[in-house]
Design a protein around this ligand. Structure first.
Ligand code: MF3
Ligand code: CO
Length: 269
C-alpha cells in the first residue's frame, strides 16, 4: 500500500528534511583523513540531540534482516555500497577514500532519508567521475518523479543518464570501449515518511511505463548506487554491508522527494 501524506505531515517532513540536509553538510565536513567511522556515528548522535531529531536507522530491522542495524548512520567506504556499520569495527578514513554517509531521521514522527558520497581529501579523477555521475543520475531520477508517471520511469531515467554519460565520456577521451558504470543490482529506493521503508520500490534501472503510478502526496526516497565495475553485489560478513562483487568502488546519493501537482519537491535539499 502506498500512503498519501496529510498536509500537516508534509509540513513536518519539510522541517525534517531541512534538518537532515544540514546534518549531512556537517557530517561531510567531518569526513577527513584520520577521522574514524565511529567518530562519525558519535557526531551523528550529537547532531540529532542538537536538532531534536531521532536517528531512525538505529535498531531498525527490515523484514528479512538477520539483526537490527546497530548504529545511527550508515558509513560505506570505497567498495562498500550501502549499509556500512560505523561503530562495531571502526575504521579510519584515508586520503583518497570515497565515503557514503546515509542517514534517516524522524521529526515529530515523520521520517526522511538522504545520503551523499564525499571524497576524503584529494580523490582521483575516476572517483570524481563516479561521484559526479551518481549525483547526476539522482537528479535525472528526481526529474522523472512527476505526478502521473510510474516508478519505472524513474528507473529508466537513472539508467538512461548512466548510459549517456559513458557515451559522452568515451567521445571526450577518444576511448572506444567504455562500459557504463554498473548500477547496483537488487537495491533501490522506496516510499518513506511514516516508516523508514514503505511501498513502492523505486528502481534505478528498467523500462518506462512500469510500476505504480505516482500521485501528489506520495513521498519517495530515490537512491542510485553506481559501481565503477560490475553491477553484481554481495553481502558482507557483518550481515549488513553490501559490497561490490569485484571490489571496485561504489557511490550513493539519495534524496527524499514529495510528489506534487507542480512537480517533484526535494525535501532533503
Ligand atoms: N537509506 C537506507 C536504505 O534505504 C537506510 C537503511 S536503514 C538501515 O536502505 F537500518 F539499514 F540503516
Ligand atoms: Co533509503
Amino acid at each position: 500500500m502506498i500512503t498519501i501524506k496529510k498536509e500537516e505531515d508534509i509540513v513536518r517532513l519539510r522541517k525534517a528534511g531541512k534538518i537532515l540536509a544540514a546534518m549531512l553538510v556537517e557530517l561531510s565536513k567531518k569526513t577527513l583523513p584520520g577521522v574514524s567511522t565511529l567518530d562519525i556515528d558519535n557526531y551523528t548522535n550529537e547532531l540529532c540531540k542538537k536538532y531534536g531529531v531521532v536517528p531512525v536507522f538505529l535498531n531498525y530491522k527490515p523484514y528479512g534482516a538477520s539483526r537490527p542495524f546497530p548504529a545511527s548512520i550508515c558509513v560505506s567506504i570505497n567498495d562498500e555500497i550501502v549499509h556500512g556499520i560505523p561503530n562495531e569495527t571502526p575504521r579510519t578514513f584515508k586520503e583518497g577514500d570515497i565515503v557514503s554517509l546515509d542517514m534517516g531521521v524522524s521529526y515529530e514522527g515523520m521520517i526522511v532519508d538522504s545520503a551523499t558520497t564525499v571524497g576524503v581529501g584529494k580523490i582521483d579523477e575516476a572517483a570524481q567521475r563516479l561521484l559526479d555521475t551518481t549525483r547526476g543520475s539522482l537528479k535525472a531520477g528526481i526529474k522523472a518523479a512527476v505526478s502521473g508517471s510510474r516508478t519505472g520511469d524513474i528507473g529508466f531515467a537513472v539508467e538512461d543518464f548512466v548510459n549517456n554519460e559513458s557515451k559522452i565520456f568515451a567521445e571526450k577521451t577518444g576511448l572506444k570501449k567504455i562500459k557504463p558504470f554498473g548500477i547496483a543490482e537488487n537495491l533501490g529506493g522506496h516510499g518513506v515518511g511514516y516508516e523508514v521503508h514503505e511501498d513502492p520500490f523505486v528502481p534505478n534501472f528498467g523500462k518506462k511505463n512500469q510500476g505504480p503510478i505516482l500521485k501528489p502526496g506520495m513521498v519517495i526516497a530515490i537512491e542510485p548506487m553506481l559501481n565503477e565495475g560490475t553491477d553484481r553485489i554481495m553481502i558482507g560478513r557483518d550481515g549488513w554491508v553490501y559490497q561490490t562483487l569485484d571490489g571496485k568502488r561504489s557511490a550513493h546519493f539519495e534524496h527524499t522527494v514529495l510528489i506534487t501537482d507542480k512537480g517533484p519537491e526535494i525535501l532533503t535539499a
